[in-house]
Design a binder for this molecule. Sequence first.
Ligand code: Z5A
Length: 209
Amino acid sequence: MKPGSFVTFEGIEGAGKSSNISYAEMLLKNSGKPVMLTREPGGTPLGESLRELLLGHQHDGMSFKAELLLMFAARAQHLQSKILPALERGEWVICDRFTDATYAYQGGGRNLDSAVISVLETLVQGERRPDLTILLDLPVEMGLERAGQRSAPDRFEKEKLDFFERVRAAYLQIAGKDPQRVKVVDASLPLEQVQQQIKVVLAPFLESA
Ligand code: Z5A
């Protein structure tokens, strides 16, 4: 059987990942693809437990290196027990965040060395990278305003504006270096127009898959 494709959605806080992942799922299912949705950190029982530690406030002040390692610990489990088996079964995996988030948040936001992140990426993933990454890009203030209309802020959401500016800049840098894989979508537009861009990005990909 032909292996499935690995699609990730990325973006700063409030970029609209959840809203647009549902739309992408609908497009894929309508063209007859089996789809599995998942998220990071999380996606497995171990990953979801690590997510609680990472996002909750019981470990406020966690070392940035501990945070980095926990992200990759969750990812190692996620790849082994969920993502790779699904791809081997021929499913399309749509993941809400993946390693680009680590480069953006721990690298850009926390100022950790991207060379170290790259070593961990290779350790955990080998050569495996997403086939397609949709980066939902919008001004930080707009993302925070959208996100702010929801529940109480988690450990990341409590960060200041300049943290998210660095995260956004890191994401755009990744996209600039790897335009073949990372497609930037203007997420500041109304939802229907964002979805239109996602449809355009996915179209050639669907045809060739
Ligand atoms: N993190 C990390 O540091 N390192 C890593 O390696 C990984 C993650 C994997 C959890 O991520 C945190 O983990 C994250 C980074 C860190 N922290 N932060 N920040 P998460 O993905 O679970 O959490 P999140 O970024 O806060 O995502 P979110 O809250 O789910 O936001 P979203 O999915 O991008 O947005 P949304 O819920 O779809 O939309 C937000 C609101 O805007 C909602 O009311 C929508 O109805 C509205 N919306 C959406 N699109 C539009 C448009 N186009 N117009 C108007 N309104 C809109």
